[in-house]
Write a protein that binds this ligand. Structure first.
Ligand SMILES: CC(C)(COP(=O)(O)OP(=O)(O)OC[C@H]1O[C@@H](n2cnc3c(N)ncnc32)[C@H](O)[C@@H]1OP(=O)(O)O)[C@@H](O)C(=O)NCCC(=O)NCCS
Length: 244
């Protein structure tokens, strides 16, 4: 730890503030001091810059203590060992968790409730690597040592467990690409938006069988069953299940 480390943390802070000003539509007229005092994401990142520098310098306890105090104050938990590039912006921030072996490129944007986590009790590299200029929507969970390609977008509430190519949009659970280089992906398995629904099919089959039994009973007894309203489980046509 020396002057060079302080200079680096100061430069990182300047870049983080610029990122917040540029990417938060509500922050256009907010000054840097106000931002530092009122933006939990900016505060958590500044704290991480310091705890990461302490961690790299081999200082015991203090980095994790600082990270824990930051979690209590901001609701954002970043492991001191996590590697974070320039200009990260955590909008709203609360509920964000960034694990020990996570790596983030430059100019990443993420919203509240994002998890960059592991999938189990594996050791070693077990958290995601996120490329440059990636956007991760609110509530998205990125799990395991996966790689999110540069300039990709992860939809809100997605659960991503596989690598994501650059310039893609992934949505859903499990996360799947709905756009790659601005186009819908091709191929027989590419239409994730209109997947078969086996549970709905089974219930529909049962309803058909029941109707047959009722008709048979009506023939035998001469009594018509009371009218029962049967509503479709899923709207036919219209917006599909991945409609956001
Ligand atoms: C995914 C997202 C980035 C849009 O990316 P895009 O590349 O512009 O993609 P589109 O809007 O063209 O959507 C692509 C498809 O994914 C679907 N989709 C978009 N977001 C989705 C989501 N979060 N979950 C499920 N499906 C989603 C769209 O309906 C569309 O489906 P289609 O192919 O059947 O038309 C955006 O919808 C999103 O989730 N942003 C997160 C914003 C956020 O977290 N804001 C919090 C502010 S507090």
């Amino acid at each position: 730890m020396g002057l060079a480390t302080f200079a680096r943390v100061a430069r990182e802070l300047r870049e983080d503030l610029t990122a917040a000003q540029e990417r938060d539509p509500a922050a256009r007229s907010v000054g840097r001091v106000e931002m530092l005092l009122t933006y939990g994401g900016v505060q958590a990142l500044l704290s991480h810059r310091i705890s990461h520098a302490l961690y790299e310098a081999g200082v015991p306890l203090a980095p994790r203590f600082l990270a824990n105090v930051t979690k209590i104050l901001t609701g954002i938990e970043i492991h001191p060992a996590a590697k974070i590039g320039r200009g990260l912006f955590m909008d709203h921030g609360a509920g964000i968790v960034i694990g020990e072996t996570a790596e983030l490129g430059d100019d990443v944007t993420m919203y509240q409730g994002v998890t960059l986590g592991g999938t189990g009790f594996a050791r070693g590299k077990r958290h995601p690597t996120v490329g440059d200029q990636v956007m991760i929507g609110a509530g998205a969970k990125l799990l395991g040592p996966i790689r999110i390609g540069d300039r990709s977008k992860v939809g809100a509430n997605s659960v991503v467990i596989h690598d994501v190519p650059p310039n893609s949009t992934v949505v859903g659970n499990p996360g799947h690409p709905v756009r790659v280089d601005g186009r819908r992906p091709d191929g027989p398995d590419a239409d994730w938006a209109h997947l078969p629904d086996p549970v709905a099919d089974a219930i529909r089959g049962l309803a058909d069988r029941l109707t047959e039994v009722e008709e048979l009973l009506a023939e035998l007894t001469g009594r018509r069953p009371e009218h029962a309203e049967v509503r479709p489980l899923k709207r036919r046509g219209g917006p599909d299940s991945t409609g956001g």
